[in-house]
Design a protein around this ligand. Structure first.
Ligand code: PLP
Length: 402
């Protein structure tokens, strides 16, 4: 017997909120950059040849041997207690005091962003973000229908005076801040600006969501404590193992007051019950064995060399007049501002023809009409000789455009 079954009209089934979740043209364009002969500064990936594979292999097989049954079992949403303790120790080294009950392991900090959106954002709520800001945060928050306000940054990140002008006009539910080695801008807020930002949070009765994947990747200058080191009261801190161990772990964490953690735990239960037990055990063991610090020593040397090469090549091949780029002291990215008449989305199409790629800057703005003359370049993931060749190709293209 054959049935004639018509397909449903999927459009009429989708939830209202899906109208806020849009695929970006940029993501589509970046697919072309995956071709093997394209030198891509587009991604945000760590250098895979540096992953501490031997240490992971050893820890993993020892754990499976001794604790395999627990490690492969369901676990509490609140986290594997030994991991929470290790995160407390990790945060302490950065100057942030917290207890294991104030830590929630998450499936990457990307999930932390989604959970923050879930518990704080009502449709139409106002949120403050820097211009530009992390694209993945916008994607996470967008599902909850917020309205964005924001202010521009300079080479030292957010400018407290400008932030205050914005806060005077509109009250945000929270401020989303990447204080150190900003993605995409590569900039870092100095201590005085950090203190002023917290004062503003108090004065205008709002909170700060501090997203900090990169601060341990400093290869130049002195460490600056995260905002959470100055105020645990007003700051919810998001951390991740993605850039200090490996992003494939999909392991991050939130540090927040206990009552906020309880809300987040409830939100997380409906999402994934808990973060992978296997990965939590593994990360806890690697922290216990103090694998991260010596690993980062190696990472910093390589990233510094790559940053140096990229900046030197830009000085050599890019047209100087009307161009500005940041010179990050850590992290993975630098940010280029070009003369107004250059449109980086159009530029990317030509760049891909020349087998080189980057991310057009407007992808990092809540309003994609902004930042059209900017681009983000990643320096961590490309081998040295390809960095020089890629920047040369980009420079030649830019000179033709000028
Ligand atoms: C600022 C920022 N926040 C969050 C994330 C997501 O990191 P995770 O791999 O922990 O989900 C990234 C990743 O690139 C990032 O740059």
């Amino acid at each position: 017997m054959s049935l004639t079954i018509s397909s449903p009209k999927w459009e009429s089934f989708y939830a209202e909120r899906t109208k806020w979740i849009k695929s970006s043209i940029i993501r589509e364009l970046l697919k072309f950059t995956q071709q093997p002969d394209v030198i891509s500064f587009g991604g945000g990936l760590p250098a895979p040849e540096l992953f501490p594979i031997e240490a992971i292999k050893k820890a993993s097989s020892e754990l499976l041997e001794k604790e395999g049954q627990m490690m492969l079992q369901y676990g509490p949403t609140e986290g594997y207690p030994l991991l929470n303790k290790e995160i407390v120790r990790y945060m302490d080294k950065m100057g942030v005091k917290c207890t294991p009950e104030e830590v929630l392991p998450t499936t990457g900090s990307q999930q932390a962003l989604d959970l923050v959106g879930k518990i704080f954002i009502n449709e139409g709520d106002v949120i403050f973000v820097s211009k530009p800001t992390y694209l993945g945060a916008l994607q996470a928050f967008n599902s909850y229908g917020p309205e964005y306000i924001g202010s521009l940054m300079d080479d030292d990140g957010l400018i407290p005076e400008d932030v205050e002008q914005v806060l005077k006009k509109r009250h945000p539910k929270f401020m989303y801040v990447i204080s150190t080695f900003h993605n995409p801008a590569g900039v870092t807020m100095p201590e005085d600006r950090r203190k002023k930002l917290i004062e503003l949070a108090v004065k205008y009765d709002t909170i700060i969501i501090e997203d900090d994947p990169y601060s341990r990747l400093r290869f130049e200058g002195n460490d600056i404590p995260p905002l959470a080191a100055y105020s645990r009261e007003r700051v919810i801190y998001l951390g991740t193992f993605s850039k200090v161990l490996a992003p494939g772990f999909r392991l991050g964490w939130i540090v927040a007051p206990k009552e906020v953690i309880t809300k987040l735990v409830h939100a997380k239960q409906g999402t994934d019950l808990h973060t992978s037990t296997y990965v939590q055990y593994l990360a806890a063991r690697l922290c216990e064995q103090n694998i991260i610090d010596p690993h980062l020593e190696k990472v910093r040397v390589v990233y510094r060399r790559r940053r140096d090469l990229m900046v030197e090549s830009m000085e050599k091949y890019f047209p100087g007049e009307g161009f500005h780029w940041t010179r990050p002291q850590g992290g993975l990215f630098l940010w280029v501002t070009m003369p107004e008449r250059i449109n980086s989305v159009e530029l990317l199409e030509k760049a891909v023809e020349n087998k080189v790629a980057f991310v057009p800057g407007n992808a990092f703005y809540a309003d994609p009409e902004e930042g059209k003359n900017t681009m983000r370049l990643n320096f961590s993931n490309m081998k040295e000789e390809l960095i020089v060749e890629g920047i040369k190709r980009l420079g030649e293209l830019l000179r033709r455009e000028m």
